[in-house]
Design a protein around this ligand. Structure first.
Ligand SMILES: O=C(O)COP(=O)(O)O
Ligand SMILES: [Mg+2]
Length: 244
């Protein structure tokens, strides 16, 4: 993509308020696959199933814990029975919550960029399909919670990404209109959820896109988290309806 064929993103917004930024968590702010893999393999071992590799888990993550467990089961033998999935998911989350930040780290540039954005007065939020409790725990453990005025995790709204519900909940919690926000994610779920809520979406290229990043339909692609500052600084008129 070139600068000319992408909608531009303005800051401050037409109302004069600093652009609000809504971040996906797994694959965007943090590299969490190593800890998710450890927890999944703990659960799989309890059921005499083979272990999964981190590369495989990177293709399973993004639709919440229940789908993650479902995909891990399908990957290691017979699919999980629908009746078993809630119990397996509950156990998985309990295991995962014992070590959400064992090996999980923010991606390069995340902390410094969030510091800069917060200092400039941008409202910041997290919108993830990771279970809400595990999300809060992870953000605390990595000392990231202090940046966010709103955090919406899996289970805290009836819908999950790619539906609009979680994004609309974040906007409501921040008191920001859709046209005053930009979503930063790493997957099609993020692009679709943001679009359904009327929010433009840029995607990082280093996350867990489960396919070619060019096919995600993002308004922008960025290779490094600190380029969020370039998006915010772009300063031209933002045509929200052009792609979303
Ligand atoms: O699927 C998950 O558990 C979380 O994924 P997300 O942070 O990319 O929404
Ligand atoms: Mg993600």
């Amino acid at each position: 993509m070139t600068d000319t064929d992408m909608p531009s993103i303005s800051s401050p917004t037409a109302s004069g308020a600093p652009l609000a930024l809504i971040f996906d968590l797994d694959g965007t702010l943090v590299h969490s696959v190593p800890d998710l893999t450890v927890a999944l393999n703990h659960l799989l071992a309890e059921h005499d199933r083979p272990a999964v590799a981190e590369d495989d888990v990177a293709f399973m993550v993004g639709d919440g814990a229940r789908v993650l467990v479902q995909r891990a089961w399908a990957h290691t033998g017979a699919a999980a029975a629908e009746d078993d999935l809630d119990g397996l998911t509950e156990r998985f989350v309990a295991i995962y919550e014992t070590a959400t930040a064992g090996a999980t780290q923010p991606y390069p540039g995340v902390v410094a960029t969030l510091e800069t954005l917060k200092a400039r007065g941008h409202p910041l939020a997290v919108c993830t399909n990771k279970p809400h409790g595990a999300t809060l725990k992870l953000l605390e453990e990595l000392d990231l919670a202090r940046f966010f005025t709103a955090v919406v995790g899996g289970g805290s709204t009836p819908e999950r990404k790619p539906q609009a519900g979680p994004v609309l909940a974040v906007l409501a919690e921040m008191g920001v209109p859709a046209r005053g926000a930009l979503f930063i994610g790493d997957s099609r779920n993020d692009v679709r959820a943001a679009a359904a809520a009327g929010v433009p979406c840029a995607c990082v290229t280093y996350g867990y896109p489960r396919g070619p990043v060019e096919a995600l339909g993002a308004d922008r692609l960025i290779d490094h988290f600190d380029q969020v500052l370039d998006l915010v600084d772009a300063g031209a008129d933002m045509d929200l309806q052009k792609k979303v």
